[in-house]
Design a protein around this ligand. Structure first.
Ligand SMILES: Nc1ncnc2c1ncn2[C@@H]1O[C@H](COP(=O)(O)OP(=O)(O)O)[C@@H](O)[C@H]1O
Ligand SMILES: O=C(O)[C@H](O)[C@@H](O)[C@H](O)[C@H](O)COP(=O)(O)O
Length: 200
């Protein structure tokens, strides 16, 4: 036993509520075989109750949740499993907590017009998050800093283009069953550098 772990990749699709994180992260998981998780499902009931009541979460509400998410990614890393997580990750300090999990975390920020996102949230009827909380989320949003590994994609693109662009720009490999079918986005979708390595 050398103790060497298989290299893994850990992608976090970030952005405000309604930006399309779940849609894109799930799509990346389906295309690549990366293990998908939805950060909303890690919220304790108290956090969900706050959001349901239209009350924005604060930092104290978010720290334990973020630590749980970091632990989940670290546990998957220990198993040699790569992951893709849908998680708001709105502030740099929140992303710093996520980075305390596995050795590397790469972000895909879905960014774009507040009007478009609000419209999507208003149409979404099966979710506890009201469109009223969008303003509070935009108010605290901190964009990726130059030293953070990640890319920014424009939310107005159709879901399949966003998934293909994320996979291409991060250098992820489509699962065998999808090879030859992935549509690769053009370079205009890339705002920040690609990640350099590849894992299972
Ligand atoms: N690129 C897209 N184009 C059009 N509609 C989208 C796109 N991405 C997501 N949607 C729709 O917008 C709503 C919010 O998407 P969702 O993935 O739940 O966002 P989030 O996880 O960021 O809250 C859903 O109804 C979803 O079907
Ligand atoms: O940090 C937060 O305030 C929450 O995590 C929030 O960002 C998240 O957006 C909600 O859980 C709604 O879920 P969706 O983002 O999937 O709409």
């Amino acid at each position: 036993m050398t103790g060497e772990r298989r290299p893994t990749r850990h992608i976090v699709v970030m952005g405000v509520s309604g930006a399309g994180k779940t849609t894109v992260a799930r799509g990346v998981g389906e295309l690549t075989g990366l293990r998908f998780a939805e950060a909303d499902e890690f919220h304790p009931e108290a956090n969900v109750a706050r959001m349901r009541a239209g009350i924005p979460l604060d930092d104290a509400d978010r720290w334990p949740w973020l630590r749980d998410l970091a632990s989940w990614m670290a546990a998957r890393h220990a198993e040699g499993v790569s992951t893709v997580l849908a998680c708001s990750a709105l502030k740099r300090s929140y992303r710093d907590v996520l980075r305390q999990g596995p050795p590397d975390v790469e972000f895909v920020h879905l960014d774009g017009s507040a009007e478009l996102i609000r419209d999507r949230m208003t149409r979404r009827t099966d979710h506890y998050m009201s469109a009223d909380l969008l303003d509070s989320q935009r108010a605290i949003l901190e964009h990726l800093d130059p030293d953070e590994s990640g890319i920014v994609l424009e939310v107005a693109l159709p879901p399949d283009e966003l998934v293909a662009a994320a996979v291409a720009r991060l250098g992820l490999v489509p699962a065998a069953s999808h090879r030859g079918h992935a549509r690769v986005g053009s370079s205009r979708h890339l705002v920040r550098r690609d990640a350099e390595k590849q894992g299972p």
